[in-house]
Design a protein around this ligand. Sequence first.
Ligand SMILES: C[S@@+](CC[C@H](N)C(=O)[O-])C[C@H]1O[C@@H](n2cnc3c(N)ncnc32)[C@H](O)[C@@H]1O
Length: 245
Amino acid sequence: MQKKSAFGLAETMIGGNLDSVARPDVIPDYLEQRYWWAYLHPRGLRFFEQQWVINAILWGNYAHLRDAALNELGPSIDGRTLQVACVYGNLTPELAARHQSGAQLDVVDVAPIQLENLHGKLTAGRTVLHCQDAANLRFDDASFDQVLIFFLLHELPMSVRKRAISEALRVLRPGGKLIFVDYHRPVPHHPLRYLMPLVFKTLEPFALDLWREEIADWVSTGTQPKSIKKQVYFGGLYQKVVMLK
Ligand SMILES: C[S@@+](CC[C@H](N)C(=O)[O-])C[C@H]1O[C@@H](n2cnc3c(N)ncnc32)[C@H](O)[C@@H]1O
């Protein structure tokens, strides 16, 4: 049975059941002002939640980048995994399907509408959804074996981005893996080299930070991981960064 709170969404949902009393985070200003059309408006959500649309936005690279992230975790995932922020398309159902019985996937997002949408896409496995801000996670230190952040960093203002990275490292256990997939500065002769900055300036005002700086530069001193490995894709327009804590 599904319980609804006065806010319409519980803080935590398991399977189809709401597990605890509602406590949605306040929607951050940058999300409401810059990205309402993509993540908060029901019509925007319906439009972008089509595999071909999200694949077109990534210039046909959705499956390749999704699999780059998933394969970093392996075909059969054990322990507890955190996905920070919902993603359009089939990344999360595929991630959930790779979890062994007894393993658990937790997904956080600050927007209730995104969690409700994800809830509708999940069929099998133990997945727990939480209404939380990536910059202020309500999990204990070292409570996850692996953490995945897929195309979130480019949407965050710098101060929020740094806090989100530090929170991801905080909740990861020593020896655990933190995986980012996001934009990156392409090679000089890349055909999209001049188009993408125009797209970013119009629609994604913080994304060019990923062309100028390395994700590793945003890890705060004192929480430096044991190793950081970067791989680029599609002429450098995309990157995967894997940190071992
Ligand atoms: C992961 S990003 C973009 C992913 C990519 N464009 C896609 O949909 O495939 C979009 C999600 O991030 C969420 N989000 C943005 N800021 C957040 C924050 N501070 N904490 C948690 N979730 C956040 C939005 O609500 C949205 O669901």
